[in-house]
Design a protein around this ligand. Structure first.
Ligand SMILES: [Fe+2]
Length: 249
């Protein structure tokens, strides 16, 4: 399997490229609007054909490039079945694997950061989106987030994966790249060790994070699979290209 971890610096988002070495079919997970040309350049230079874009959830901090990728390459848009919108071509659902050449992607429903959130497991890797971050987790204060749900998602679902499973998050704000289930179980300061649900709920209630700068535009744009807001013509580029100060965890 070809595997690349790509970085979008304005929103500190990791986009993942997966491809089958035999069929040359490729998938992008959590692609971001401003890096669409970069991502397509990498896909073309590796001699790959993009067949799907997958999003882990309706993002609040950036616009997905799912729709743009479909326009440019004919790729199909995959969203969680729980994301209530009409634009996806395929709905990711727990128990229904997405197969791309020799690659099997297993969707895992992981609510808490948002109520539509899915993680994607591929062999010994799990792409945890904003549910589980390295030494952290996604915030739970918007989009029907729930600290209680996130605790169960991480402790009961993700932490039950084999210890050696590699954890690839959708964001890192400190230049870290990969972790493992064993590492997060041992040292995640919010969810690891013996942390109980009441302690976690208290931690999440006291984060005092700023209101996400782009949430009021990003969420409707992502419900349309990646449309920049038409009501802000002067800021069209700026909105779609500048997404700093919108921390997700
Ligand atoms: Fe998010």
């Amino acid at each position: 399997m070809i595997f690349r971890q790509l970085y979008e610096e304005l929103s500190s988002t990791y986009t993942y490229l997966l491809a089958c070495e035999d069929s040359r079919e490729a998938v992008l997970i959590d692609p971001v609007y401003p890096t669409v040309e970069r991502d397509l350049h990498i896909i073309n230079s590796l001699g790959l054909k993009l067949v799907y874009s997958l999003d882990t959830h309706i993002h609040a901090d950036h616009i997905t490039s799912a729709r743009r990728l479909k326009e440019l390459t004919g790729s199909q848009i995959v969203y969680p079945v729980t994301s209530q919108c009409d634009c996806p071509d395929v709905r990711a659902e727990e128990g229904k694997a997405i197969v791309v050449g020799s690659i099997t992607i297993d969707p895992i429903y992981t609510p808490g950061h948002t109520d539509d959130h899915y993680a994607y497991k591929i062999g010994n890797k799990v792409l945890t989106g904003d549910a589980l971050l390295i030494d952290g987790c996604g915030r739970t204060d918007f989009q029907n987030g729930s600290a209680e749900d996130l605790y169960k998602t991480v402790r009961e679902k993700l932490f039950s994966l084999p210890d050696e499973t590699l954890v690839y998050p959708a964001h890192d704000y400190n230049h870290r790249h990969v972790s493992s289930i064993a590492q997060e179980k041992e040292r995640n300061p919010r969810l690891g060790g013996n942390t109980n649900i009441e302690e976690f709920k208290k931690t999440m209630a006291n984060l005092n994070l700023d209101y996400p700068k782009f949430i009021d535009h990003a969420v409707p744009g992502n419900r349309l699979c990646g449309v920049c807001p038409k009501d802000l013509p002067d800021k069209y580029d700026q909105y779609c290209q500048e997404m700093s100060a919108s921390p997700q965890g």
